[in-house]
Design a protein around this ligand. Structure first.
Ligand code: SF4
Ligand code: SF4
Length: 382
């Protein structure tokens, strides 16, 4: 089937953060430098080429942007300043938008105003809804137990409904990712048994971020892992132990101790990442898309209001605790409803899936000896 080139692909990717792609002259230094570029998946040069040639369909079926962890070494070695690391990042954003069947993701990535407006709208609706609900059935002077302004059992049901919606939205997008990258490829047929045998790779990469740890610099992996595990710990506490988390004013150490560790992890890594982006300390902090800022600021607001609500409740300031709880939920709901399926958080699902799909593809290709040669540098081809 003929491949149609999209002459506007670079312009499109620029809206997702790509810069200086046209400067690339395909010397191959970046692919030679990348610690993850291998026999089958040779990147980032090949992805830069797809972009320059306007091969949208090839780019859409490409798993390589997800195999990049943005260590930044390729950008540092690029003799033309073509920023291959940042280009791979922009491709991940673009792919996230392509997987999303609603189109919301693309809208957010292309327009920070649209994303901020949606966040503000969901936050206001959440605040209004919870306030009216609290006034109708509870007492603002009571934080938990009988007569509570926002009873834990109601919030618990609300959380589970939200989780169900998220799983459906993200699940559909994950199936679309599979179809684009593996399912629709008639040349590489993956035996169904391999899907089962290799499935352990999804939780393995999700929980360990193992591949990221293989970058030469270990600190970015450590920061990312702490942030992810802290977030997960908080999510487990809220989804399964909300009654005990909300109960007080005494401290339930068996539950709250995990919350304290997770809160320190969340606040510490978020502030670290924000400061890094302001000071541009690491290569991957050099360029920041608007969505990077929105993600970090929202996470910080949610973490700080969560801590404040907890402290106010322990201190016996029930009215203030209830008000801050509403403010906290005004951050939580847009973060979960808008950020998880449509923005930066979704990579928590796409990246381990990409590791899984790429391993399946690699096994078939290597078995069939369909590997592509590693790119030669300009000096070698001269
Ligand atoms: S190092 Fe990579 S991005 Fe830079 S010019 Fe060479 S092939 Fe292009
Ligand atoms: S940023 Fe690092 S992991 Fe990503 S392509 Fe460049 S060298 Fe490879």
């Amino acid at each position: 089937m003929a491949i149609r080139a999209n002459p506007h692909l670079i312009d499109e990717l620029e809206k997702y953060g790509a810069q200086d792609v046209v400067k690339c002259y395909h010397c191959g230094n970046c692919s030679a430098t990348c610690p993850f570029s291998g026999e089958v998946f040779v990147f980032p040069r090949k992805s830069m080429r797809y972009l320059q040639l306007g091969l949208s369909s090839r780019l859409q079926g490409n798993l390589e942007p997800w195999l990049c962890y943005y260590c930044g070494e390729c950008s540092e070695e690029c003799p033309r300043g073509a920023e291959p690391g940042e280009t791979m990042m922009s491709m991940r954003r673009w792919l996230t938008a392509r997987y999303d069947f609603t189109g919301i993701s693309g809208l957010f990535y292309r327009s920070a105003k649209a994303e901020l407006l949606a966040i503000a709208l969901v936050a206001i609706l959440t605040g209004l809804g919870l306030t009216l609900f609290g006034l109708a059935q509870g007492n603002i002077n009571v934080y938990d137990g009988p007569g509570a302004f926002l009873p834990a059992e109601n919030i618990h049901i609300f959380d589970w409904i939200m989780a169900g919606v998220l799983v459906v939205l993200l699940g559909i997008n994950c199936v679309r990712m599979w179809w684009y990258t593996v399912g629709s490829d008639k040349e590489v047929r993956i035996p169904p048994g391999d899907y089962l045998k290799q499935f352990f790779l999804v939780p393995w990469h999700f929980f360990t971020q193992r591949r990221y740890s293989q970058c030469d610099r270990k600190q970015p992996w450590a920061v990312h892992l702490v942030l992810m595990l802290s977030y997960l710990t908080m999510l487990i506490l809220i989804m399964f132990f909300l009654h005990r988390v909300q109960h007080g004013p005494d401290i339930d150490w068996k539950v709250h101790a995990f919350g304290y560790v997770a809160a320190v992890g969340l606040v510490g890594t978020t502030i670290f990442a924000l400061a890094g982006r302001v000071r541009k300390t690491w290569t991957h902090y050099k360029h920041s898309h608007e969505t990077d800022w929105i993600f970090l600021v929202l996470l910080l607001v949610v973490s700080l209001t969560g801590i404040a609500q907890h402290v106010l409740h322990r201190g016996g300031w029930e009215v203030a605790a209830n008000i801050v709880y509403i403010a906290h939920m005004m951050g939580v709901v847009p973060m979960l409803v808008l950020e998880v399926p449509f923005s930066k958080w979704s990579h928590m699902a796409y990246r381990p899936l990409a590791m899984y799909f790429s391993t399946l593809r690699e096994k078939v290709l290597l078995a069939e000896e369909k590997t592509e040669p590693r790119p030669q540098s300009a000096a070698q081809t001269a």
